[in-house]
Design a protein around this ligand. Structure first.
Ligand code: SAM
Length: 237
């Protein structure tokens, strides 16, 4: 997958996307990432990309010209243009899975008061929010999206099953995990996990995932129920 990012703060991307799984995805060519400074498309010698809002009010608004020109320069027919905005569709694992199917993402990171509305109306295929809070600019949201999407690309995780079996993948949180030693400060690993019986372990994990989801995220249980049609409804939750 190719991902281009348009931002006023390219330096923020140095570090988080240079480590761990994302680094390996980039090195193997599974993720081709380019971060572009929006000011490269400014028209004046001060490299201005923002202006005062019509109608007055605090802050500055990102101008149309640089963003239109940057998007035109960086996109092709295969590009999905994604605007990061608190007003967008909530970003979730299911959305990450959708994005992971795309050939090319172009991420628009806002700053100041955000974007001139004509950018949203004309250029954008998808608006995404990473949560109901306001960050100073779109760099962190873009990095969150890139991280969540990259680990879903085929071959990026050492074992692709890791992404199938974790929290949110089936509308449930993940079951509890344990590793050695079997006994630590009086706390024991559940005996079923030491039994070697994979069918029983799978049943135990499913039951634990359901209990944990009911206790910690009842909203997920509700969503899963309402997403099920009467014909495919399961009774386990
Ligand atoms: C200070 S915010 C602008 C907030 C805007 N005035 C509003 O009230 O919706 C600047 C930029 O940060 C990014 N941003 C901030 N919070 C975000 C969130 N929760 N999800 C996605 N992007 C966010 C967006 O790109 C936004 O244009």
């Amino acid at each position: 997958m190719r991902v281009d990012v348009l931002t006023l703060f390219p330096a923020m991307f140095v570090g988080p996307l240079d480590e761990s799984i994302i680094r390996r995805a980039r090195d193997s060519g599974r993720l081709q990432l380019a971060v572009h400074d929006l000011r490269n498309w400014a028209h004046d010698r001060h490299r201005t990309v923002d202006d005062e809002p019509y109608g007055g009010g605090p802050g500055m608004v990102l101008k149309c010209e640089p963003i239109f020109e940057a998007v035109e320069a960086l996109s092709s027919a295969a590009t999905r243009v994604v605007m990061l905005t608190p007003a967008g569709r909530p970003f979730a694992q299911a959305v990450a899975r959708e994005m992971a199917q795309c050939e090319h993402l172009l991420l628009l990171c806002g700053s100041y008061e955000g974007f001139d509305e004509r950018i949203r109306q004309t250029l954008v295929h998808e608006e995404l929010s990473i949560g109901d809070y306001v960050l100073t600019n779109g760099a962190l949201p873009a990095m969150v999206l890139i991280d969540a999407v990259t680990r879903l690309l085929p071959g990026v995780l050492g074992d692709d099953a890791s992404a199938v079996d974790e929290s949110f993948s089936h509308g449930l949180l993940e079951y509890p995990q344990y590793t050695r030693p079997p006994e630590f400060r009086g706390m024991s690993v559940p005996p079923v996990l030491l039994s070697g019986n994979h069918a029983v372990i799978a049943q135990w994990r499913q039951a634990q995932a359901e209990i944990r989801t009911r206790q910690q995220r009842p909203d997920l249980v509700e969503n899963k129920r309402s997403a099920e049609t009467p014909a495919n409804r399961t009774n386990e939750l």
